[in-house]
Ligand binder design. Structure first.
Ligand code: SF4
Length: 380
């Protein structure tokens, strides 16, 4: 649940267990604009929207038009940056962000930056450094490459290894915000979380510095639970004016895919989360036990139809397993019309899932070798 107490009685916690029931309400409360309004501008420039854009999974944005669309229109360089906290295995929630990065790289030609948030993993989850580094390279970088991110066009870095200008940004940011303002955005904060939040400000802003490419236009695609970092960063950009000239970043927000019991998909809930390294038999076992939107009996389901909106198997189709819209529509109609029952539907989903996992895992061994050769692990 969203925590109470922030804007409009709602506060987002980037380190919490957010389950959102009403995305439109979140958009209204936090002044996030609907993503659907910028799709025509992308089409005008000759770009087909991604699967996540056209299916409404990417539901909101800040300044995507001003920063990204305008940059593309003028032929100016645009970068996209996102971060992963290496605190567990790479799962289908992470793949959602990965697919967006791959789209931006391949279709829009953006430069990609991936932060491996090892400082945050230690500060917030107490993940030992060596383990955070191993997870960062073998789980995150390797899976991103195996999914199709081009390592030659991507900058992967660890937060604790990024160099002096980056740390200087953390220091500058720390002088431009008060404890009360941070509390208003995040709620109660430990010192470790304060440092984490300010480090994320540096992550978001540092591609703009000449030392890191000087990309003034930066897009940050995240799950909506990460919006507090964007709000903090945008405020700090304005306050740094005259010291260092930066542009407010754009951001997009995606809906969060649910775990197989309808709760949060998370590495800490392995029974309800499908990892991209799960042995296929294990992934199948989890899927066959997933919560569906089916009725109590087969007779009832044939008569009333299922409820795909309440079904975690349908989520997998929608987000990942059925890129073809006509196939997705067929499943939706068959479910609604009671033509298909959940057992058969799950078996079909499992087939698609296993096909994907087997292909992906074949690529993963090689991607791991590449990952270790291109990322510089922190040395201390
Ligand atoms: S038929 Fe398929 S989509 Fe419909 S509720 Fe059952 S598992 Fe979900």
């Amino acid at each position: 649940m969203e925590e109470q107490g922030g804007a409009g009685g709602v506060r987002l916690d980037p380190w919490g267990t957010l389950e959102v029931k009403d995305y439109d309400r979140l958009r209204r409360v936090f002044g996030i604009r609907s993503f659907s309004e910028v799709i025509p501008a992308l089409r005008e420039l000759g770009f087909e929207p991604s699967l996540h854009m056209r299916r409404g999974i990417l539901f909101g944005h800040r300044d995507f038009d001003r920063v990204v669309v305008e940059g593309l229109r003028r032929g100016e360089p645009v970068a996209v940056l996102t971060g992963f906290m290496p605190s567990g295995r790479f799962h289908f929630g992470h793949k959602l962000t990965a697919d967006q990065l791959i789209y931006y790289q391949r279709v829009l030609g953006l430069r990609v930056f991936v932060a491996l948030a090892d400082a945050e993993a230690f500060a917030v989850r107490r993940i030992p450094r060596r383990e955070a580094i191993r997870l960062g390279v073998e789980e995150y970088v390797a899976n991103l490459i195996a999914l199709g991110l081009d390592p030659d066009k991507t900058v992967f870095y660890f937060q604790t290894n990024r160099g002096a200008p980056y740390y200087r940004l953390i220091q500058l940011a720390s002088g431009r915000v008060t404890a009360a303002e941070m509390e208003a955005i995040y709620g109660d904060l430990t010192p470790a979380k304060v440092v984490s939040a300010l480090t994320q400000v540096a992550d978001i802003l540092h591609p703009q510095l000449d030392e890191y490419g000087g990309y003034k236009r930066v897009l940050v695609p995240v799950g909506v639970d990460q919006d507090p970092h964007l709000r903090l960063t945008r405020d700090i950009v304005d306050r740094l004016s005259g010291v260092v000239e930066l542009m407010r970043p754009a951001s997009t927000y995606h809906k969060l895919i649910r775990g197989l019991d309808g709760g949060k998909m998370s590495s800490s809930r392995p029974d309800y989360t499908i990892f991209l390294t799960d042995p296929p038999s294990e992934a199948r076992r989890k899927l066959m036990r997933a919560l569906t939107g089916g009725r109590a009996t087969a007779e009832e389901q044939r008569r009333l139809g299922g409820v795909p909106e309440a079904c975690t198997v349908y989520d997998l189709y929608l987000y990942h397993l059925l890129p073809d819209d006509s196939e997705l529509l067929r499943v939706y109609r068959d479910c609604r019309g009671g033509v298909i029952l959940c057992g058969e539907c799950k078996r079909f989903a499992a087939e698609r899932l296993l096909e994907f996992l087997e292909r992906h895992q074949e690529r993963l061994a090689e991607a791991r070798e590449t990952a270790w050769s291109i990322v510089e692990p922190p040395s201390f």
